[in-house]
Design a protein around this ligand. Sequence first.
Ligand SMILES: [Zn+2]
Length: 406
Amino acid sequence: MNAPLPATALQAVQAADLAALSLIEQSVAFASVSRDSNLPIIEWIQDLLQAHGIESHLSHDDSGKKANLWATLPAHDGETKIGGIVLSGHTDVVPVDGQPWDTDPFKAQVIGDKLYGRGVTDMKSFGATALMMVPELLKRKLKRPVHFAFSYDEEVGCIGVRRLIADMVDKGYRPAGCIVGEPTGMQVVIAHKGKHAYKTSVRGFEAHSSLTPQGVNAVEIACEFVTKLKSMHRKLEAEGPFDPLFDVPFTTIHTGVIAGGTALNIIARDCDVMWEIRHHHLNSPVLLFNEAKTFADSLLPAMHAVASGTGITHTLNSVLPGFATDADSEIAQLCFRCAEVDSALGAGKVSFGTEAALFHQVGVPTIVCGPGHIAQAHQPNEWVSLAQLAWCERFMRRMADEICVN
Ligand SMILES: [Zn+2]
């Protein structure tokens, strides 16, 4: 994503120039960490919309402590269901526990040319800026409906939005496009990788550590498996296949957690490995998994020769599909114009997953475009530049010019 910045994005921006700043600050003040209820921020959004006569529909999780919000600004002719655009974002943020913050993470603060706070990049600024536009969109009247979709539990596996999307389909909404406002530096992202996450569990056989031939060491076997994963990763990195539009242009394999053993003088019985494949469309995650599994299977005869009951099992813990929207699609072209990026240079593909894939799966052409950069997400002292926030406001205003009657 090396598109040149529009000239307006290079101008110095003051906090006073930002119409959405107050709404961003208010939304950051809700400490909507995924493990806690998001109802306070959802009710705040509901009240904001209600003040303009817009009803919200909430879909709760099974505990009733979290909810998605769906709301529609109708078109001038009263149409609410067919066509139009979804502006989508998640309300949850990642925790701040143990992170060395220099400011109160839940009190957004402008320092110099940046705004600091948990969620300013990932991803409360996009939602607040979209909400800021509501009075203008209603006043200028819409050619087609605009929908707001705010979800819970994105940060723990895109959980909430699945229910929101099922509801959207059930109720007969057929939006023509969706913009997910995850941080892309306001570049228009038309694809991201898919992710398959696995847990591989090695069951060995315990023995005194002085009697290694009589035991099956689960930790060592897990390490052999991880080494295989790493060699597969290195091959992908060296040989591809490559899609140069991605920030990381090849499919990656990564081990995040390895846990096993109980004491140095005991041959470890159990070891678990948590690992993932993040693949673009040129690789099949199933084939890559099969290669890893075939290697694991090759270790079994030696394990069984020492002790029956040993083994290696694999669990597919989560799947997030990838997505790819045509750069020539209506929604992508609209976003190129609104973000003021050249469609030939500005189309990007990213390696991190988003809710976009799930909208895409039900046939809604979706792009990802929002202020801030993923590098600042989930970090202590998370920040977004005021220039990015101004760019997002311009994006929304230019969009209003295209989708409003007046
Ligand atoms: Zn996010």
